[in-house]
Design a protein around this ligand. Structure first.
Ligand code: BGC
Length: 352
């Protein structure tokens, strides 16, 4: 089922719609056409209780001023491009700079700040909405006029399927993701340090002290980044490892073992679960990397329902290409050529 409500009105009079997608198992999600934001994700954790497992805000104003990309679709390029510079087919590009001299999540007016055209695709068993955005050649400094589509589908098996489609008028780079911050105990329940996580990745991309990958692809063996066995998040966070210091916690790309460049199918990549194992989130994707981020910068941020969010109150599993790939020839290519159709899929499944 899908319910539409008015979430707020922009200064220019444009309406921001909230779509509530719900299934017969009692799971429901609130999604905005502003930034494609997942604002609320309710899971019936007992007969009497529903738990909201994502961080978010109460008002439109909060989303317009947000600098953490809470729940948003980010792009054109998720995560960092060093100095906002890259060269594609012999042409140098300079993008918008919005994080300490680098480009983060596609620039200050990236996808998360845009109002997407929105429509209901299916209001039946597996409710589904379509979000569409045109980003013109030169938008935030990126080449190519691109048409982007994202489909959100909530299945009867409690999976949220996110599909990304794009095409461009000329060669460009493209790397979208969703930036949800999960707290499986509830968005207002404090730290996620006791969550256990697993990520099927034998390698990761070390960063410099500005969070930009050095270009090395390193093995995770004997580092705090070996999440192949189920690992308590507190473990890596408590080490004095230089990488953890550089990221102020976990803010790193893991190279997913089961990535296969031609695959259009979401394969199991990661999971998180509460300390008592009552709620589990499983992540499936066809993307090559996963940025794990432990909300390192949150500091007294006013969230939904009077919550006050602090560092480590959420954890993101951002499925994407590796950060700064356009400047790192050894990383999987993010080039999207004219005439090609970009497709990627990520599914988040909640078990409770
Ligand atoms: C980045 C962080 C950044 C956060 C919020 C993450 O994807 O890796 O460095 O602070 O997003 O935008």
């Amino acid at each position: 089922m899908i319910k539409q409500t008015l979430f707020g009105t922009m200064e220019n009079g444009k309406a921001i719609t909230q779509y509530t997608l719900s299934n017969s198992r009692g799971v429901s999600l609130d999604i905005l056409n502003l930034g494609g934001v997942i604002r609320r994700w309710l899971v019936p954790t007992s007969k009497e209780t529903t738990t909201d497992i994502v961080l978010g805000y109460d008002t439109l104003e909060d989303y317009l001023h947000d600098d953490s990309s809470f729940g948003a679709l980010v792009g054109r390029y998720a995560n960092r491009i060093a100095k906002g510079q890259f060269t594609l087919e012999g042409v140098d590009y300079q993008t918008d700079i919005n994080l300490g001299g680098h480009c983060l999540h596609g620039g200050s007016q990236g996808f998360s700040k845009q109002i997407w055209a929105s429509s209901v695709l299916s209001d039946s068993e597996n409710p589904s909405i379509l979000l569409e955005l045109r980003s013109e050649d030169g938008d935030q400094g990126f080449p190519g006029d691109i048409q982007v589509k994202v489909i959100y589908t909530l299945t009867e098996h409690n999976r949220l399927k996110i599909e990304y489609f794009a095409s461009s008028s000329q060669s460009t780079i493209f790397n979208p993701t969703n930036h949800s911050y999960f707290n499986l105990n509830g968005h207002n329940k404090g730290t996620i340090k006791e969550h256990k996580i697993q990520i099927l990745a034998s390698q990761y991309t070390p960063i410099d002290n500005e969070g930009v990958p050095t270009g090395e692809i390193a093995v995770v063996d004997n580092t705090p980044f070996d999440f192949r066995p189920l690992t308590n998040i507190a473990q890596p966070l408590s080490t004095t490892n230089e990488q953890i210091q550089f990221g102020n916690g976990l803010d790193h790309n893991l190279c997913l073992d089961y990535y296969s460049p031609e695959s259009k199918v979401a394969t199991y990549a990661a999971q998180a679960q509460t300390e008592n194992g009552c709620v589990t989130l499983k992540v499936y994707t066809n993307m090559p990397g996963m940025q794990i981020f432990t909300a390192n910068h949150l500091n007294n941020k006013k969230g939904k329902d009077g919550a006050l969010y602090q560092a480590r109150h959420g954890v993101c599993f951002e499925t994407q290409f590796y950060a700064d790939s356009p400047n790192k020839p050894a990383f999987p290519s993010t080039t999207l050529k004219a005439g090609e159709e970009f497709y990627s899929v990520t599914e988040y499944e909640v078990l409770f």
